[in-house]
Design a protein around this ligand. Structure first.
Ligand code: HEM
Length: 419
């Protein structure tokens, strides 16, 4: 028992431990299981000051409040100029709509939105079905596999490469370029990582431009078949986008579409193996019950864990005041496990009925690809559980060291005797 702390309801020791947490130098073991620290922050320091002056919010109602606030800005031009310097990395992370406020954000989003509505996304069902079946066959032949490299990664990357309009054989190269562009968004990265991000952003942008020019030359007839075609058609209609915006949109959509969904499939499977009763239940779910099960996996995994906003006016949060001009880090990974919002949040419950998770964000920037990610999960998880009811671990899982995109580098599995 420590000394009681009346302000937080905990002890002075737990309050001190929470305040000493540093997102820029996370404690040992954080990548294996961040939830121990996130709970400490929720309970004892919900408006946490990070060592760089930013503020980390971990409670569900505070995260929602800032995310929904139309006055909160995503423009990081000044912050990223200090972090990245001038160059292709800065251009990408300031031109893509994710880092643009309205009205520019809305002008760009309107062009790609129709391509990702639920009806359009359904077009990809046969592709996902066939690819999943093929990968399950390969896994059955192998017996043991690294579930990340041999399965989880291959579905989202094949799909998003095709959707954006790149040749399928380039998927692997583009994935690695894309990750090098994303990694510098993590807090505290070295100059080497930034230089590498700049090189990757330059190479990827040149690659995209080549494809955009190819589509422009041949023109777009009828309904666009890819994101590049949708953008080129919009350009041709009334030039609503600059060439730089077209390129950065392709890169943003591509990057949004692979790592998050890979992590949902891999980390989701890891958690299902920790909850064998839930895994065993999956094949029984009806078409009506399946969406609820997928929502629970998306909540539990929270593939994208953190998001940034800057307040432009004073806000009164449930946990206290937040001054105008604060750089805020919203932690959806913590919000989704907040006892103040969910019953027994640490339990994976595929039959959970009330589940207003925030994994896809809220407000104007809410995830463009949420229907696509949901469709992939609705197809992949039940197929996996039906085909391999005796799926088991064949080694220790290895988590990546990425505080934003939490995922697994490897997950050795044995498909079991019933394959
Ligand atoms: C489980 C998978 C996914 C998760 C957890 C996820 C999560 C998120 C979140 C939290 C945001 C909001 C960012 C913010 O408010 O700052 C977002 C935005 C976005 N996502 Fe996803 N995402 C997923 C899959 C996808 C897929 C498959 C695509 C491919 C189309 C995609 C493309 C985007 C784009 C382009 C944005 C920016 C939207 C905007 O600024 O208007 N995401 N995503």
């Amino acid at each position: 028992m420590g000394t009681p702390d009346v302000a937080t309801g905990g002890t002075l020791e737990t309050t001190a431990e929470a305040r000493s947490f540093d997102l820029f130098d996370v404690p040992e073991g954080y990548f294996d299981d961040p939830q121990r620290w996130l709970r400490l922050l929720r309970d004892h320091d919900p408006i946490h000051s990070n060592s760089d002056g930013t503020v980390l919010l971990t409670r569900y109602h505070d995260v929602r409040r800032v995310w929904r606030d139309l006055s909160a800005s995503v423009d990081k031009s000044e912050m990223f100029l200090r972090k990245f310097g001038e160059g292709p990395l800065l251009r990408h992370h300031t031109t893509g709509m994710l880092f643009r406020d309205p009205p520019d954000h809305d002008r760009l989003r309107m062009i790609v939105n129709p391509f990702f509505d639920p009806d359009q996304v359904e077009r990809f069902r046969p592709f996902i079905n066939d690819l999943t079946d093929r990968l399950l066959d390969e896994a059955a032949d192998r017996g043991e596999l690294d579930f990340v490299a041999d399965f989880a990664r291959r579905i989202p990357i094949s799909l998003i490469t095709r959707i954006v309009g790149f040749p399928p054989e380039d998927g692997g190269l583009l994935r690695s370029l894309g990750l090098r562009v994303l990694f510098p968004l993590n807090p505290r990265v070295s100059q080497e990582v930034i230089d590498d991000g700049n090189a990757a952003a330059a190479e990827f942008s040149d690659y995209i431009l080549e494809h955009v020019r190819r589509v422009r030359r041949r023109g777009v007839d009828g309904e666009p078949e890819s994101v590049i075609e949708a953008l080129v058609a919009a350009e041709a209609e009334d030039r609503r986008m600059s060439e730089e915006e077209v390129v950065q949109m392709c890169l943003l959509v591509f990057n949004g579409g692979h790592e998050t969904t890979t992590n949902l499939i891999a980390v989701g499977t890891h958690h299902l193996l920790n909850h064998p009763d839930e895994y065993a239940r999956l094949p029984e779910f009806t078409e009506e019950q399946l969406p609820g099960a997928v929502e629970e996996l998306v909540r539990y995994v929270t593939p994208l864990q953190l998001q940034g906003r800057r307040t432009t006016k004073d806000l009164e949060l449930a946990s206290g005041p937040l001054a105008a001009g604060t750089e805020v880090i919203l932690c959806q990974a913590s919000a989704n496990r907040d006892e103040r919002a969910f019953d027994d949040p640490a339990r994976l419950d595929l039959r959970r009925t009330s589940n207003a998770h925030v994994s896809f964000g809220l407000g104007v920037h809410a995830c463009l690809g949420n229907q696509l990610a949901r469709l992939e999960a609705k197809i992949v998880f039940p197929k996996l559980a039906r085909r391999f009811p005796a799926l088991a671990r064949a080694g220790a899982p290895a988590f990546n060291e990425n505080v934003r995109f939490r995922g697994l580098n490897s997950l050795p599995l044995d498909v079991g005797v019933n394959a």
